[in-house]
Design a protein around this ligand. Structure first.
Ligand code: CNA
Length: 292
C-alpha cells in the first residue's frame, strides 16, 4: 500500500518545522550529482544533459566504462577527458551547498555523505570531518599496478599540460610504469573504510535516538542507483524522518515509501531557497551566495 507522502510546499513547511521546533535537531545529508548541476557540472543520468548521454564523443563501449578500472587500463583517455572537465577549482558551490554551510553554522549539521567528486562541499566551507566523500576525491593519487601513492600535483600537472599542448599524455608510475589515477572510486573498487566506519557510528546513533525526531535525513540530487551508497536511506530506522529533494522520486522513496517520508520534487536550489525562507535564513543564505 502506498503511503500518503508530503509533497513540495507542504514538505518544505514540515521539514522546516522539524528543524525549528526541536532544539536538538541534527541533520544528516546524503547527496549526489544533482546538487552540482546548477554549478555547470553535468550529472550522469539526466536525459539529454547528463554525462552518460554526452559520452558518445569519447567512443565508450558503454557509459559506465569511464569508471571501469580494466577499461581505464586499456584506454585512460575518456577518464582524463572527464577529469579535465570536472577538476576541482573550476566551479563554484550552488545555493544548496551554501544551505549545508548554514546548517553547519547553526550547529544542526551532523554529516554530509556525498557521492560527488567535485569537492564543492569543502569549497562551500563544510568542515572536513563532517563530509564523507563516499566515492573518493582528487586529493591523492596512486599507481594502479604497484599502489604507490602520489601527490595531487602529479595528476593535475599532467591535465594542465595536456590542456596547454592539446595532447593527451598519461601519467605513469616512476617505479613500475603503471598508470596513475586519482583516488576516485571506480566500479569494482572498494569505498573508503571511513565511509563504512562513519555510517556504522551514525547508524547506531540513529538507532538509539532517544528524544523524538532528533535526527532528520535529507537525501538530495541523487538517482540512488549506485550501491552501496543507495542503501543508506534504506537502512535509516523507520522512526527517523527521511526527506528526498530531487527532480524525481527515486530509490527506496519510490520502492518502499514510508508514511513519514517528505518529498520535494524540484531543484535542490529551489528547495534551499524555500527552506531558508521558512527557517528565516534567506538573508544569510543569499549573502553567502553573493559573497563567494
Ligand atoms: P545521477 O545518477 O546522475 O543522478 C542525479 C539525480 O539528480 C537524478 O535523479 C536527477 O534527476 C537529479 N537532479 C539533477 N539535477 C537536479 C537539480 N538541479 N535538482 C534536483 N535534482 C536534480 O548522480 P548520482 O550522484 O546519483 O550518481 C552517483 C555517481 C555520479 C557518483 O559516483 C558520482 O561520482 C558521479 N558524478 C559526480 C559528479 C560530481 O561530482 N558533481 C558529476 C557527475 C557524476
Amino acid at each position: 500500500m502506498r503511503s500518503r507522502t508530503l509533497r513540495n510546499d507542504e514538505a518544505i513547511k514540515v521539514l522546516s518545522d522539524k528543524v525549528k521546533l526541536n532544539p536538538n535537531a541534527k541533520v544528516i545529508f546524503m547527496v549526489g550529482a544533482g546538487i552540482s548541476t546548477s554549478c555547470g557540472i553535468p550529472d550522469f543520468r539526466s536525459p539529454d544533459t547528463g554525462l552518460y548521454s554526452n559520452l558518445a564523443k569519447l567512443n565508450l563501449p558503454y557509459a559506465e566504462a569511464i569508471f571501469d578500472i580494466e577499461f581505464f587500463e586499456d584506454n585512460p583517455l575518456p577518464f582524463y577527458t572527464l577529469a579535465t572537465e570536472l577538476y576541482p577549482g573550476k566551479f563554484k558551490p550552488s545555493k544548496f551547498h551554501y544551505l549545508l554551510k548554514l546548517f553547519q553554522e547553526k550547529k544542526i549539521l551532523k554529516r554530509v555523505y556525498t557521492q560527488n567528486i567535485d569537492t564543492l562541499e569543502q569549497e562551500a566551507g563544510i568542515e572536513k570531518d563532517i563530509i564523507i566523500e563516499a566515492h573518493g576525491n582528487f586529493a591523492k593519487n596512486h599507481c594502479i599496478k604497484c599502489r604507490k601513492e602520489f601527490d595531487m600535483d602529479v595528476f593535475k600537472n599532467k591535465l594542465d599540460e595536456n590542456e596547454r599542448t592539446g595532447r593527451c599524455d598519461f601519467v605513469k608510475c616512476d617505479e613500475c610504469d603503471g598508470l596513475i589515477k586519482p583516488n576516485i572510486v571506480f566500479f569494482g573498487e572498494n569505498l573508503p573504510t571511513r565511509f563504512f566506519d562513519t555510517w556504522d557510528d551514525d547508524l547506531s546513533l540513529l538507532s538509539n535516538n532517544s528524544s523524538e525526531s532528533e535526527y532528520i535525513i535529507i537525501v538530495a540530487g541523487t538517482s540512488l542507483a549506485v550501491y552501496p551508497f543507495a542503501s543508506l536511506p534504506e537502512e535509516v530506522p523507520t522512526d527517523i524522518p527521511r526527506a528526498l529533494i530531487n527532480l524525481e522520486t527515486v530509490g527506496d522513496f519510490s520502492l518502499n515509501p514510508r508514511k513519514t517520508d517528505i518529498l520535494f520534487e524540484g531543484t535542490t536550489d529551489d528547495a534551499a531557497q524555500l527552506l531558508a525562507e521558512e527557517l528565516g535564513w534567506a538573508e544569510e543564505l543569499n549573502k553567502l551566495v553573493r559573497e563567494h
